[in-house]
Design a protein around this ligand. Structure first.
Ligand code: F6R
Length: 245
């Protein structure tokens, strides 16, 4: 694992954008795996700024997001499709048909998940996958469990994730209880992975995920087995990992 310890959130965002742009500039066509959540917002802003300044373009891009709530469609303001439109897709020149988010409006979970997994395969897999890190070690919506789920699947969200995500809804009762998410196997098949985490509230899980035992009880710990991972942290999230600072 390559660790990048940045002084602050802006530097972390810039570093993440640079790694993704490196892949974008290396080939004419490429597949990006994308994440939602608070952490990547600054990184997306860097990508948008660079696209507007013509430093990069998204003409060759195909994208796959990690996850989507089950039971809400892409026009719902809390859907992950809506988030992506707001923070990235709506601000860059990209072929919308090349952007993929699991279909949360499809009530048939097996159908929605199988279609998504197949679409990733048919696109030739993911060149670089961006991840955030949940407080309980989740990546995508792969919550702590007894085993690592392989493929895109439907999950029941844990109470801690429902509570964490309720900040984005008017009331906690409105937070969907299920989601469609890439599996750990889907994520691990990406040729390269970038994971970003900032803030002191992530310091404990950074230590457990990257310096503790590999276990499905901390899903992100599996990344220790991936051959090409960049972990981008700020000083606060790295603070409890003694070997980092
Ligand atoms: C989002 C996702 C989640 C988040 C994680 C961290 O698509 O898959 O795993 O990356 O919950 O979220 P933030 O960045 O809000 O702390």
């Amino acid at each position: 694992m390559n660790f990048h310890i940045e002084p602050d959130y802006d530097a972390l965002s810039r570093r993440g954008a640079d790694l993704i742009e490196g892949v974008m500039k290396a080939t004419d066509t490429y597949t990006l795996g994308l994440a939602t959540g608070s952490t990547p917002i600054g990184l997306y802003k860097c990508l948008v700024d660079d696209a507007q300044r013509k430093i990069i373009d998204f003409a060759g891009a195909t994208t796959f997001n990690l996850d989507e709530y089950r039971g809400i469609g892409g026009t719902h303001p809390q859907s992950y499709r809506y988030f992506m439109d707001e923070h990235l897709f709506g601000n860059i020149d990209i072929d919308k048909s090349a952007t993929h988010v699991p279909d949360g409006a499809d009530p048939d979970a097996a159908h929605a998940c199988d279609c998504y997994e197949r679409a990733i395969q048919e696109a030739g897999g993911i060149d670089i996958q961006l991840l955030g890190l949940g407080h309980n070690g989740h990546i995508g919506f792969n919550e702590p469990a007894d085993e690592f789920p392989k493929h895109t699947h439907c999950v029941d969200l844990t109470q801690s994730t429902i509570e964490a995500n309720s900040r984005l809804f008017d009331h906690i009762d409105q937070v969907p209880r299920q989601a469609y998410t890439m599996g750990i196997g889907t994520i691990m098949a990406a040729r390269r992975i970038v994971i970003v985490a900032n803030g002191s509230d992530k310091a404990e899980i950074v230590k457990r995920a990257f310096f503790g035992p590999v276990t499905p009880a901390v899903p992100a710990s599996i990344l220790q087995f991936h051959p090409c991972v960049d972990v981008i942290l700020d000083l606060e999230s790295a603070a409890l990992s003694k070997n980092l600072i």
